[in-house]
Design a protein around this ligand. Structure first.
Ligand code: ASP
Ligand code: MG
Length: 405
């Protein structure tokens, strides 16, 4: 008899029909003699809507009250899922995060799990129940309700799988797994049978939002192997696990495109110590997240000056421009060019560690497509380029074809 943790995301429980579908799947596992713990998200749209209601009342609501509010989303789903299981004659009990023994620190709206005491879950399973657990929430030792940050139900599932020493952890979503590229853009994209934690982390941070990054980090730390798969069919999904030797045989695992980036260039910035520090301190103080930074060598004939470019999330562009404009007097650069007509194209693969010539092939492919490269950044397992938004999708298709076609 295996112990399985299954997590169902918002769209997988987005209506009572979808919830019935989840209950049917769970009942099949149970009929085979499996013990099942079901972690659910709020029904799709519910969390966003609750946030909107609070912000209608006040722009910056108390974070403690936001946690009390948002935790209701998942609480609705555990009860409905449990009722759906009962309707099929399956014994089941719902537990809130607190009742499930999930203890967190007190950082409201982005609490970290400190420990899990899964005794209650084990007891209920041993009595023959399916246990449904509210994702995304926990409780401090003082009994305050907390939430784990957006997308946090993934973390609940992974952490429970670790604490329960589950035999299997399945993350059910509305796609069949992790693809070599977004199939809506690249028609030849293929579902991956497996991917390493590090590749998955790169893809998550690159905007290929399959899962919350923190939960993948947690899985890596505790060695929780999990499968991302669809809740509407029985196709096998993508296994996410520690890198194995043969994973390096494939140079590029996936290509991703982030259209949510914007670029700011400061032209003619004095080239002397402390300037970059001053600029990025101000940007950081305004809680703007900077991704890539590129600085040129000094140019011009007068005092040494350089151009400095960086990217931010698209919604932060105006805020970033304002911060930079305020620094103009003090730092004395020439002009500022800001554009959101860019995209970041990235290729990811652990095989890059041991294969050469990958960057050359990427740049060559882009050149053939007539795509100009604005910025480049690399890590051991990733190459990212910033390019013109208008050419981004065709560039993605070409790069995918070159490496994975
Ligand atoms: N309901 C929460 C959110 O929308 C948590 C989750 O779905 O994982 O962020
Ligand atoms: Mg989600």
């Amino acid at each position: 008899m295996a112990l399985i943790v299954q997590k169902y995301g918002g769209t997988s429980v987005g209506s009572t029909d979808r919830i019935k579908n989840v209950a049917t799947r769970v009942s099949k596992y149970r009929a085979r003699g499996e013990q099942v713990v079901v972690v659910v998200s709020a029904m799709s749209g519910v969390t966003d809507n609750l946030i909107k209601l609070a912000k209608d009342l006040m722009p910056l609501p108390s974070e403690r009250e936001m946690d009390v509010l948002l935790a209701t989303g998942e609480q609705t789903t555990i009860a409905l899922t449990t009722i759906a299981l009962h309707s099929l004659g399956v014994p089941a009990v719902s537990l809130t995060g607190a009742q499930a023994g999930i203890v967190t620190d007190g950082v409201h709206t982005k609490a970290k799990i400190q420990n899990i005491t899964p005794k209650k879950i084990h007891d209920l399973l041993n009595q023959g129940n399916v246990v449904t657990v509210a994702g995304f929430q926990g409780q401090t030792i003082e009994g305050q309700v907390t939430t784990l940050g957006r997308g946090g139900s993934d973390l609940t599932a992974i952490a429970l799988a670790a604490a329960l020493k589950a035999d299997l952890c399945e993350i059910y979503t509305d796609v069949d797994g992790v693809y070599t590229a977004d199939p809506r853009i690249v028609s030849g994209a293929k579902k991956l049978e497996e991917i390493s934690y590090d590749e998955m982390l790169e893809l998550a941070s690159l905007g290929a939002k399959v899962m919350q990054s923190r939960s993948v980090e947690f899985a890596k730390k505790f060695g929780v192997v999990f499968e991302v798969r669809s809740s509407v069919n029985d196709h096998s999904g993508t296994i996410v696990k520690e890198e194995t030797k043969n994973m390096e045989d494939i140079v590029v695992r996936a290509v991703s495109l982030d259209k949510n980036q914007a670029k700011v260039t400061l032209v003619g910035v004095p080239d002397k110590p402390g300037i970059a520090a001053r600029i990025f301190k101000a940007i950081g103080d305004a809680t703007i997240n900077v991704d890539m930074i590129v600085q040129n060598i000094s140019h011009g004939s007068g005092a040494p000056a350089t151009d400095l470019s960086f990217t931010v999330d698209k919604p932060d562009l105006l805020k970033a421009q304002k911060v930079i404009d305020n620094l103009k007097q003090e730092i004395g650069f020439g002009k500022v060019i800001a554009t959101d007509n860019i995209a970041k194209l990235s290729i990811v693969g652990v095989g890059m560690k041991s294969h050469t010539g990958v960057a050359g092939k990427v740049f060559d492919t882009l050149a053939r497509e007539g795509v100009n490269i604005d910025m480049i950044s690399t890590s051991e397992i990733k190459i990212s380029v910033v390019i013109d938004l208008a050419k981004a999708e065709s560039a993605m298709r070409a790069v995918h074809q070159a490496f994975l076609g």
